[in-house]
Design a protein around this ligand. Structure first.
Ligand code: S3P
Length: 450
């Protein structure tokens, strides 16, 4: 939904040890895909552990608008009665994807090769984000797109009948673009080929295979080539969504910087294409243990334990790791502020086109809390002040960005003075139980509006 309620100003205070189990919600990327592929299968897909954040609820509503029957059975259990590949019907109204870039971009791909017209919009954050990266490859299938200047939403897509498959090389490392092209390729007779210069999260490829599509992946020295055979009959699945490592990151990073903490995050997805943050934290000297590694529903999973790590050191995070931790740089920059020495994050220009310009949002917010920052178009350097060293006392702008809001709430747990944010309402897009879950571990969070 694009309408945001009133702003929720929040404050986070230095807290005692964080302890206990953090049962974070289901993976956002996998939840979107489960709903979309469920809608494109013939018959009933059952999903457990679905993330019930606003982003995913908006995708569920969109799938209903395209003709699928989506039912919430309570307690994270959902079912989707799909309409089959090419079976989407034309929505009767505008599709509102709220805050979700993943939602809108994947859905655009999924409808692009069906002869229907759909208009998409979203909140102020989503309406400011570039859609040309999706509509350019979709144009190669023959899909027409009419948006605002700069390829922004609201935007109308006119899907195409009998599309021929395309070969596309990603100009940016983006799982959303890769997935949109593969989903468009589903309804084309023949093979759609996507080449990615850097491996990005591969949930779409894994799940397409799970639904019975033929997906071949060739990993070369310089790239990854994905070939999808179009027009499969997707078979409905039972999907158990693993817990989201990107949400787990907030509890894990909080435990690393709050004195005396020991937190277990059970059963998180640890797909290697998502695990870059944990490698980086270990290089900094974080005390992390990965317990009981296993496979859950086609995705690697572990129980992750994080303990207070007072001696962490700043490091250089290499650009080739960016795709595997792209959503974790905001919270990493908070950890970096509590490490000794500088942390240099390179190759991070994609952060400028997320829910907010995340380099600018983190830089300004950290400066307001007494941390020295350097930045350029493609990098961010945080000068760490050691354990407990961040002065705090500032109010950061969340800029309609859930991960910026949660990162500063984590910072306040270990800063000398409280850290505030102007608006915590976007947190509900990906982590609706963030406040009670963190409070259960011992975090002192307050809402400031009465
Ligand atoms: C996502 C891909 C990433 C990520 C986003 C989720 C996905 O975006 O930032 O939160 O589920 O495919 P990009 O593909 O733009 O890097």
């Amino acid at each position: 939904m694009s309408g945001h309620g009133p702003a929720i100003p929040m404050t986070s205070r230095r807290s005692g040890p964080l302890t206990g189990s953090a049962r974070v919600p289901g993976d956002k990327s996998i939840s979107h895909r489960a709903l979309i592929l469920g809608a494109l299968a013939v018959g009933e897909t059952r999903i457990t552990g679905l993330l019930e954040g606003q982003d995913v609820l908006d995708t569920a509503a969109a799938m209903r608008s395209f003709g699928a029957e989506v039912t919430d059975h309570g307690g994270g259990e959902w079912s989707v009665h799909g309409v089959g590949v090419g079976g989407f019907t034309e929505p009767g109204d505008v599709i509102d994807c709220g805050n979700s870039g993943t939602g809108v971009r994947l859905i655009m791909g999924a409808m692009a090769t069906t002869p229907i017209t759909a208009t998409f919009t979203g909140d102020a954050s989503l309406r400011s984000r570039p859609m040309g990266r999706i509509t350019d490859p979709l144009a190669q299938f023959g899909t027409l797109a009419h948006g605002r200047q700069g390829g922004r939403l609201p935007m109308t897509l006119v899907g195409v009948a009998d599309a021929v498959p395309v070969r596309y090389t990603l100009p940016v490392a983006s799982a959303q673009v890769k997935s949109a092209v593969l989903l468009a390729g589903l309804n084309c007779l023949g093979q759609t080929v996507v080449t990615e210069p850097t491996a990005t999260r591969d949930h779409t490829e894994r799940m397409l295979r799970g639904f019975g599509a033929e997906v071949n992946v060739e990993v070369g020295a310089r790239d990854r080539i994905i070939t999808l055979t179009g027009q499969p009959e997707l078979q409905p699945q039972s999907i158990a969504v693993p817990r989201d490592p990107s949400s787990a990151a907030f509890a894990v990073c909080a435990a690393l910087i709050v004195e005396g903490s020991d937190v277990l995050v059970p059963n998180i997805g640890l797909n290697p294409t998502r695990a870059g943050l944990f490698t980086t934290l270990q290089e900094m000297g974080a005390d992390l243990t990965f317990e009981d590694p296993r496979e859950e529903g086609g995705e690697p999973a572990v129980d992750l334990r994080a303990r207070f790590s007072p001696g962490m050191k700043g490091i250089e995070v290499p650009p080739e790791r960016a795709a595997s931790m792209i959503d974790e740089y905001p919270v990493l920059s908070v950890v970096a502020a509590f490490a000794e020495g500088a942390t240099l994050m390179r190759g991070v220009h994609e952060l400028r086109v997320k829910e907010s310009d995340r380099i600018d949002a983190m830089a300004r917010g950290l400066e307001l809390n007494g941390v020295t920052i350097e930045e350029d178009e493609d990098s961010l350097t945080v000068h760490g002040l050691g354990a407990g060293g961040m002065p705090g006392g500032g109010c950061a702008e969340a800029r309609l960005d859930h991960r910026i809001a949660m990162s500063f709430m984590v910072a306040g747990l270990a800063a000398k003075k409280p850290v505030s944010i102007d608006d915590g309402s976007p947190i509900a897009t990906s982590f609706p139980v963030f406040e009670p879950l963190m409070a259960g571990l011992g975090a002192q969070f307050t809402r400031n509006n009465g």
